[in-house]
Write a protein that binds this ligand. Structure first.
Ligand SMILES: C[S@@+](CC[C@H](N)C(=O)[O-])C[C@H]1O[C@@H](n2cnc3c(N)ncnc32)[C@H](O)[C@@H]1O
Length: 220
């Protein structure tokens, strides 16, 4: 269980409060999602399903931040994977456990982790899923470095984030999100590509989807 240096809050991460307003409220949440992200959740599910389908039974997946367990819907009941659903927020992990029960899944390990200091060995993971994520982290470059470190050679990364050079009006989320303490400094597409390459990731592909950028890469 990591108690990372990015923890400055006393009770739980601010996202534990905000998440339900955005993902759980069908009216205000849908509006905020459309204004802030301008993308469809189907892109997330399609990307996750494609990457999960490449794995063999017994492979290890790290889903960080798992949030409310959104990716669990893309797992077959007989997935046979070691699935680590990780988040810095205990409340979000509880939501993931509830979602796992609702879907009748077994073999989901929920673990408190700070993406900036992953308590995992080098090369321990075959697939890292980190969706709607990098813009929330206090040090996105350190997060990329840690994710690359724990990936096995040939292991895959699938990520989505709002970038600082996202098209208008999506980049308008920064002042509000920074003030609310739910967004970090973020990064541009060029920084993202350069940090990933420097961390040892190859075949780095960036695809825009509204205000989000999806990235896939392979550990060299
Ligand atoms: C926008 S939510 C995304 C959750 C999920 N991936 C999704 O797409 O619904 C951001 C999540 O990042 C988590 N988080 C923020 N900082 C983190 C950190 N340093 N390490 C791990 N998780 C973090 C929050 O608790 C929250 O659950």
């Amino acid at each position: 269980m990591a108690d990372g240096s990015s923890r400055t809050w006393q009770r739980d991460h601010p996202w534990a409060f905000v998440y339900d307003r955005i993902s759980g409220d069908p009216r205000l949440g849908a509006l905020l999602w459309r204004i802030g992200v301008g993308s469809s959740i189907d892109v997330l599910h399609g990307t996750a399903a494609r990457e999960l389908a490449r794995l063999e039974p017994g492979d290890t997946v790290l889903d960080i931040p798992c949030g409310g367990g959104v990716v669990l819907r893309d797992l077959p009941a007989d997935h046979g994977l070691r699935y680590l659903a990780a988040d810095i927020s205990p409340a979000m992990l509880e939501r993931t456990r509830a979602e796992s029960r609702r879907l009748g899944l077994t073999g989901i390990e929920t673990v408190e982790m700070d993406v900036g200091a992953l308590p995992l060995d080098d090369g321990a993971v075959d697939l890292v899923l980190t969706f709607t994520s990098l813009h929330c982290f206090p040090d996105p470059r350190a997060a990329i470095g840690e994710i690359a470190r724990v990936l096995a050679p040939g292991g895959r990364l699938a990520l989505s984030t709002i970038v600082t050079d996202a098209p208008w009006p999506y980049r308008g989320v920064w002042p509000l999100g920074r003030a609310a303490g739910v967004l970090g400094p973020g990064c541009s597409r060029a920084e993202l590509r350069s940090w990933a390459t420097q961390a040892g990731l190859a075949d780095v592909e960036l695809r825009p989807a509204g205000g989000l950028t999806y990235v896939t890469a392979t550990r060299a």
